[in-house]
Design a protein around this ligand. Structure first.
Ligand code: PMP
Length: 405
């Protein structure tokens, strides 16, 4: 039997929709102009492509076109939001509020600010990974300039109460940034309704190309550009625009706007089948994230004494591609921390580090099928058993049970 090829890692990236590729192609071949050269035909075509994509992305999130700043992706957009707002608002104050379950592109933007005298209050999340809006209210001080809480968590799938947080930040006249990398294109996002001033988007997370993202910057919000150069993107982001990527992001946004509802119903069905199947076939199991307020098609869990990276490896031997929430997969290599430990998100939701050494995140996409779910369900319990047989801590645990301990 040929090896299965089951991609259940859509949270890390999604395949390019063929319609998006088609929309990009003319700007990779025929119309290669630079939007800054808008005097001639080639440049004009590039300007038109970027303008059209800006309008589509704006429609996608209910913003105005002039509020869309294209970037190279979410990492850059998050850096621009955090560092740009902190620098532009330094006269008002030097205090920021972020949640502890943010992506590293938010968390690692903070140390350079701390070195320059900024203070950061870190909000904890509950055992489902939710941030409490009342904690946001309590954390805001007269010198607070920005609150950053993500829309949805990639690792555990939890959707955060951004509407409530946005109401509080509005009331207190503090900027609100939300990282919508994991959610945009999968659940509705209306930046006005959310009361968000800055919103991070990434094209490759909703069937668009890699290397293109955007920061939605509400009209009137001031940000210091983080890249010195020309005056592209309304002065927020210097550098020649990635025209094919931007055209692709526009198309991906248009497709997601009209098809997202359909994708979500399909994904909710797959999610239930996978979740129920795992629950009935694997013991010592703990699902992570909120049971209902979660991304469609997202199933995440950890199994006592079964190490996340090894689970991942065995799944991949069976042709199943997933993600693991252990630090080893999260770029800590090269920092003298090669031990496998639970990720910052798992630690934040309070998983016990002695019996949890990583989790699994299955994130399905619009192209996945029930047959693929069934294949995963047919191999997972055997993999878990095999890992337990290899785990000294599990064997110790078994011995203790046999001795009645
Ligand atoms: N924010 C979140 C919530 C993410 O999951 C990721 C990773 N996909 C990023 C930001 C960074 O995205 P990228 O690596 O595409 O810049």
């Amino acid at each position: 039997m040929p090896l299965a090829h089951i991609f259940f890692d859509h949270i890390s990236t999604t395949p390019l929709d063929p319609r998006v590729l088609e929309a990009m192609m003319p700007y990779l071949t025929e119309w290669y102009g630079n939007p800054s050269s808008h005097i001639h035909d080639q440049g004009q075509r590039a300007v038109q492509a970027v303008d059209a994509a800006r309008a589509e992305v704006a429609r996608f999130v209910n913003a105005n076109p002039q509020e869309i700043v294209f970037t190279s992706g979410s990492t850059e957009a998050n850096n621009l939001a955090i560092k740009g707002a902190a620098a532009a608002c330094a006269k008002k104050g030097k205090h920021l509020v972020v949640s502890e379950v943010e992506h590293f592109s938010v968390l690692n933007a903070l140390p350079p600010l701390r070195n320059r005298g900024y203070e950061v209050t870190t909000l904890s999340a509950d055992s489902d990974g939710k941030v409490d809006p009342d904690d946001v209210r309590r954390a805001i001080r007269p010198d607070t300039v920005l609150v950053s809480v993500m829309h949805a968590n990639a690792e555990i799938g939890t959707i955060e109460p951004i509407g409530e947080i946005g109401r509080i930040t509005r009331e207190r006249e503090v900027l609100f940034h939300t990282d919508a990398t994991a959610s945009a294109g999968h659940i509705p996002l209306d930046v006005r309704e959310a009361g968000a001033d800055l919103v991070t988007l990434s094209a490759h997370n909703f069937y668009g190309p890699k290397g293109t993202g955007a920061l939605v910057v509400r009209e009137g919000v001031r940000l210091d550009s983080q890249i010195d150069g020309g005056f592209q993107e309304m002065g927020f982001r210097a550098g020649t625009e990635n025209v094919p990527g931007i055209a692709g992001m526009g198309k991906a946004a248009a497709i997601a706007s009209s098809e997202m509802g359909e994708w979500a119903s399909h994904l909710r069905r797959l999610e239930k089948r996978l979740r129920d199947g795992i629950a009935s076939s694997v013991t010592h199991l703990h699902f992570t994230g909120h049971p209902t307020d979660r991304l469609p098609g997202h199933v995440s869990f950890w199994v006592e004494y079964a190490e996340g990276e090894s689970l991942l490896l065995f799944l991949s031997v069976h042709g199943v591609m997933a993600a693991s929430g252990s630090a080893c997969s999260s770029n800590l290599k090269g920092r003298d921390e090669e031990d496998l430990v639970a990720s910052h998100v798992l630690r934040a939701i309070g998983v016990p580090s002695d019996i949890c050494t990583g989790s699994i995140t299955f994130s399905m996409g619009k192209g996945n099928t029930e047959q693929e779910v069934d294949h995963v369900l047919s191999v997972l319990p055997g993999i878990v058993r095999r890992l337990w047989e290899m785990s000294p801590t599990y064997l110790d645990y078994q011995k203790k049970i046999l001795q009645g301990g």
